[in-house]
Design a binder for this molecule. Structure first.
Ligand code: HEM
Length: 538
């Protein structure tokens, strides 16, 4: 096809390089005109009024006035790093994704984050952590936008505004600024019991990681891999840190929040600068792609579920090494735009209703956050594959498109023939059969058990981890103003385990209720414990 665009990945002109380098023999204005002085406004005499005609003052202050962009609506606080992903080739039989073929090296950018706090909040709060990875593959960008906890609070994206409104600071006083004890959060999770599994996870030690370098990462949803023959396999993605999983204890976390609110970002940057490059193995749990999309009775489309590693072992498929710090926080860590819809041939989504909403939400929010639709042209977001799209114009357009025919089909610019049925290395949606049924607003019956998996989590913990969980519930609930919320949460805990409930009730000085559902008969999963787990990886 003819060259339809000037690639936005083209190298900068000399003038651009000088501007980026912030160096040179002369200071200039934004138009490249040399400045004699940038310390004084133009005045009618040294003690006289400042003149409106001072165009340098106007430019300098105008630019400063617009330096801030909106922070992310969630995951506002984060730290990023560049690195490389080395594929083992062990996934080649289940996916045709080129970057997972044997011995392929792919550049990556990772952003770790807290979820609830604002950009200036502290690092070591009790919260879920984001773990988002951008793979710049030769077939286009693939983003794995995960968390350090393998389950989520909600089963349907339509509840996302509710859970985030409940977790964010109270609308009246804007307290607390980060995730920790408050009435709205506990009000929501005690009423909306599908949140129980995620809640007990982050009341555990994973809610206060020792370091980003020592966290697991999870894709959470079930994804669908497609191999060269078109055969599909359902998978869950796992990142396993070479350093093992480690956490702070609550007192350490509290002290660090005061002494060094930048503890996690400092730790990551210092380690990389010192050459102690953090590494994670990427692994997959694989499940047959059966029509009911369940495995051992577990609904794979319910993102509040895990599949225990003892039932489906995590199989390593590659190694990620983070080896370079960003040189500019704003340009890289702040402007990076992840999206679960950034997929490459061989990796597809499933009908998980939470994932469906995410497929809409990320691009939508980035239009506001990054000022229009052209954020894929920002250096950190540019694919490392040729771009030949028909997207044109818009706010912050920086490409100078050539040609006269930004439409398909066309005969003027050479066109791009689409040949039906040909394997063009394109991303093709898997032609899965969609179940027939009535159009309804309801969840399947298989989404209704909210307590068996939290019970499995509790039973999998070592004694010291159980003490931490009890202490966390007592601390957090002890800070709620409304007793009714504490009482309702104790009912949730009674449905997980009577000992957990009575110990928390004792700590709060309240009676322990009886369970309202039969206690599930589940086996523990030792891999969930940081002490009894499968560490280290080697
Ligand atoms: C941001 C993970 C569910 C909307 C993020 C980030 C991560 C993440 C890691 C930060 C990305 C970065 O570092 O820039 C997850 C996971 C989810 C989940 C693992 C569930 C399994 C949802 C849902 C929605 C949503 C259900 C909405 C329907 C957003 C938005 C942002 C965000 C709007 C901000 C993005 C930006 O400003 O660039 N999420 N999320 N997320 N997420 Fe999610």
């Amino acid at each position: 096809s003819g060259p339809a665009t000037v690639s936005p990945t083209g190298s900068p002109t000399g003038a651009d390089q000088a501007r980026m380098a912030q160096s040179g023999a002369h200071l200039t204005n934004a138009q490249g005109t040399r400045l004699p002085d940038t310390d004084h406004s133009l005045k009618a005499g040294p003690r006289g009024p400042v003149l409106l005609q001072d165009h340098h003052l106007r430019e300098k202050i105008m630019h400063f006035d617009h330096e801030r962009i909106p922070e992310r609506v969630v995951h506002a606080r984060g730290a990023g790093a560049h690195g490389v992903f080395q594929s083992y080739g062990t996934a080649a039989s289940v996916t045709k994704a080129g970057f997972l073929a044997p011995d392929v090296e792919t550049p990556v950018f990772v952003r770790f984050s807290t979820v609830v706090g604002s950009r200036g909040s502290a690092d070591t709060v009790r919260d879920t952590r984001g773990f988002a990875t951008k793979f710049y593959t030769s077939e286009g960008v693939f983003d794995l936008v995960g968390n350090n906890i393998p389950v989520f609070f909600i089963q349907d994206a339509i509840k996302f505004p509710d859970v985030v409104h409940a977790a964010k600071p109270h609308p009246d006083r804007e307290i607390p600024q980060a995730q920790s004890a408050h009435d709205t959060f506990w009000d929501f999770v005690s009423l909306h019991t599908e949140a129980t599994h995620h809640t007990i996870f982050f009341m555990g030690d994973r809610g206060i990681p020792r370091s980003y370098r020592m966290m697991e990462g999870f894709g959470v949803h079930t994804f669908r891999l497609v191999n060269a023959e078109g055969r599909t396999t359902l998978v869950k993605f796992h990142w396993k840190p070479k350093l093992g999983v480690h956490s702070l204890v609550w007192d350490e976390a509290q002290l660090l929040n005061g002494n060094d609110p930048d503890f996690h970002r400092r730790d990551l940057a210092d380690a990389i600068e010192a050459g102690a490059y953090p590494q994670w193995e990427l692994g997959i749990q694989t499940f047959p792609d059966t029509p009911d999309q369940t495995f051992e009775g577990i609904d794979l489309l319910d993102p509040t579920n895990i599949v225990p590693e003892e039932l489906a072992p995590v199989q390593p498929i590659g190694l990620m090494t983070l080896n370079r710090n960003p040189s500019n926080f704003f340009a890289e860590t702040e402007q990076v735009a992840f999206h679960v819809g950034h997929l490459v041939p061989g990796i597809d989504v499933t009908d998980d209703p939470l994932l469906a909403g995410r497929l809409f939400s990320y691009l939508d929010t980035q239009i506001t956050r990054l000022g229009g639709p052209n954020f894929p042209q920002l250096p950190i977001n540019r694919p490392h594959a040729p771009v030949n799209d028909m997207l044109r114009d818009g706010m912050h357009q920086t490409a100078v498109h050539r040609g006269v025919a930004p439409y398909q089909p066309n005969s003027l610019d050479g066109g791009c023939p689409f040949t039906a049925g040909a394997d063009m290395g394109a991303f093709v949606e898997t032609p899965v059969t969609v179940p027939e049924g009535r159009k309804v607003r309801e969840a399947p019956e298989s989404f209704s058990d909210h307590f068996s998996q939290p019970r499995r989590f509790w039973l999998s913990m070592s004694p010291v981890e159980r003490e931490h969980i009890i202490g966390a519930y007592v601390f957090e609930l002890g800070k709620c103003y409304e007793e009714a919320i504490r009482v309702r949460t104790l009912q949730v805990l009674a449905n997980i385990d009577p000992e957990l409930c009575s110990r928390v009730a004792d700590g709060l000085g309240l009676p322990a209720p009886e369970p309202t559902v039969p206690l599930a008969d589940v086996e523990p999963s030792p891999a969930l414990s940081q002490i009894g787990g499968t560490w280290p990886v080697d």
